[in-house]
Ligand binder design. Sequence first.
Ligand code: GLA
Length: 333
Amino acid sequence: MSDNSLRAKVSLCNKFETYFSVGVAVESKYLDIYSPTIKQHFSTITPENAFKFENIHPNVHKFDFEEADLLVEYAKENKMPVRGHTLIWHEQLPDWVKKRLTNETNPNNAWDIVEEHVSSILDRYKNDVYCWDVVNEVISDDGKGIRDTIWRKALGEDYIEGVFQIARNVIPNGKFFINEYNGHIYDKRESMKKLLDKLSLNGVTVDGVGIQGHYNITFPTIEMIEDELKFYSSYGIKVHVTELDISVFDYFDRRSNVKKPTIEMVKKQEEMYVRLFELYRKYSNVVENVTIWGVSDKTTWLNDFPVYNRRDWPLLFDSELKPKNVMNIIMNI
Ligand code: GLA
């Protein structure tokens, strides 16, 4: 069977292509082992870490584009649109930024860092990356407002607006997102609404909201996620599900001695994946892309979080890269 006919036969992204694109997050070091799976099942790529500040801009005025270039080249060769993740975030910052922002008393100097960072990256990749998570995780965990981060302290209350304006100046017709988690919780969603309203009132265009989608088999419920999609649908803004994975551990389950998932865990995970894909299809008027946060369980970030060095099994392919049973079920919904 040729590559093309195989893909036509069993391919996750082909299955949903009339509803939304299906992407995956990767690191260039795994492209060798993951490439056949990526090509068969996914049609967009998110660099898992390559665009993060500490990797792409490790020193003052010094960028390191090597990793990002490798992924962008790979995506180009395979005609896969790239999601740019992420420009301004309070995590994975290099020490020089943390030091400068902490000691800075003049916001203009902090803005110079943002300006150089955002415009250098956007300028370099403007023809190769189709959308950007301009800011990441900007709503506070209690859902009461804008998160108090090192960026906000240095740049001022309304910094998100400024970051979007810088981005918009570089790519006037760019597709710019706010990427966030826990929007299935009412207060967080309300804060997001306030932020979107304010940006729009001030003439700042946000093209979409990223729903990260780091879930586990007990939380959140499908009903909560549906409420979130209904909300964005009636608000009239597009959604990308940017980082989907489903841990087999409840968040408060910190056991580290589980050798493999129980049958019950697997069943619950299957059910949740299937119901999610059904839901995304139902809301395809608003959901444009669904990205899985990693190809296989072998390299998932959850093998180190929230318990360091504990195995988890959150993805669609097992550690041997075999599609799990859930793939068969999803392919037949
Ligand atoms: C957040 C970030 C992602 C990634 C995950 C964990 O969701 O947005 O880039 O770091 O945490 O892998």
